[in-house]
Design a protein around this ligand. Structure first.
Ligand code: APR
Length: 312
């Protein structure tokens, strides 16, 4: 098994570190355009191998895609991170050029790879990677919903004073501060609906905190977060390479599911060796469906920028 990670910055290197620790592949290649940067990050990770007791080999390369040849999965994190006050949407022009170039280069050497997209604005970058690559829709997956759901579960766990591992919860819709939809109705504490334990004001507060979860960290850290994003990327890759059939909310192409067409947006999917194995229907109620439709409109507006800027 071989996995490549494009962009050896905060998210890319952290994702590679978690994947190495879990021994998800014998070879993990980090690639960056900054001279020597990926090599340095790979060496730093490998110097934990004896301490953490893993046998995956992590190597770094400067913009040499031939070293990524034959990858089964490629994680795309290249691009600029958010700065305080910046929305994910504002990143679109710069990151679109980068994601398009990177996707072309990956497929020259790994035509059979499944692509995991992390670069923001994630739903639009996933759509761009899908359209510009011509890959089948099961092979291009945006990671955002896994991260948002993990933040939702964390916020619920602190609100309930319960372990996060006992919490079920999903965030669907766009991966944006105003577009994501924490599905409070379906969230449970080991099977008990959280809406039957917490009052509605508390549930709303948790949902709101989840929606601005990324922006809160960007403000605190001065750049966008990387530990949970790296771990969420690694969890998605694990579900693919180990054929886990896990249900994760991810950004995928919709063709009629959830009443939407021709966009990539977060919905629950079953993840396995083929990438997207199935889109799961959560049977949204009218209020949830209306929020989802609004979210889809916002993502489509952003996708329109790709056409306006002649990127696709
Ligand atoms: N090819 C390869 N690597 C590139 C390219 C390119 N064309 N352009 C930029 N990079 C690299 C940068 O050199 C940098 O090392 O991508 C890396 C990005 O790393 P960081 O700046 O640390 O950003 P990070 O916090 O990792 O975020 C990456 O993930 O969560 C999203 O919004 C975030 O879009 C951003 C992405």
């Amino acid at each position: 098994m071989k996995i490549s990670v494009i962009g050896a910055g905060n998210v890319g290197a952290t994702c590679a570190k978690f994947m190495a620790q879990k021994e998800l592949a014998s070879d993990i290649v980090l690639l960056d355009i900054k001279e020597g940067f990926a090599e340095g990050k790979a060496m730093d990770i490998m110097q934990t191998a004896a301490l953490l007791n893993f046998n995956s080999r992590v190597s770094g390369v400067t913009n040499d895609y031939s070293k990524t040849a034959g990858s089964d999965v490629v994680v795309v994190t290249s691009g600029l991170p958010r700065k305080p006050g910046m929305t994910r949407e504002e990143l679109i022009g710069t990151n679109a050029d980068i994601v398009k170039e990177v996707t072309d280069n990956i497929l020259k050497y790994s035509p059979n790879a499944i692509l995991v997209i992390i670069s923001n604005p994630m739903d639009t970058m996933t759509y761009l990677a899908l359209k510009s690559s011509g890959l089948p829709k099961n092979k291009v997956i945006g990671m955002g919903g896994i991260l948002d759901s993990s933040r939702f579960k964390y916020n619920l766990s602190t609100g309930l004073n319960a372990p996060a591992s006992d919490i079920e919860g999903a965030v669907i819709g766009g991966h944006g501060d105003t577009t994501m939809i924490p599905l409070t109705r379906l969230a449970t504490y080991n099977g008990v609906p959280v809406e039957s334990i917490l009052d509605s004001a508390k549930v709303d507060e948790i949902a709101s905190a989840t929606m601005v979860g990324g922006a809160t960290l960007t403000k605190l850290l001065g750049t966008s977060a990387w530990i949970a994003p790296g771990a969420a990327g690694a969890a998605l890759v694990q579900a693919i390479v180990r054929d886990e059939k896990k249900i994760f909310p991810c950004s995928v192409l919709l063709e009629g599911e959830y009443q939407q067409n021709d966009l990539c947006i977060g919905v629950p999917i079953i993840v396995g060796k083929n990438g997207v194995e199935k889109i799961v229907d959560y049977n949204l109620n009218a209020d949830e469906q209306s929020k989802f439709n609004k979210s889809a409109d916002a993502v489509k507006n952003m996708n329109a920028v790709l056409k306006e800027q002649n990127i696709i």
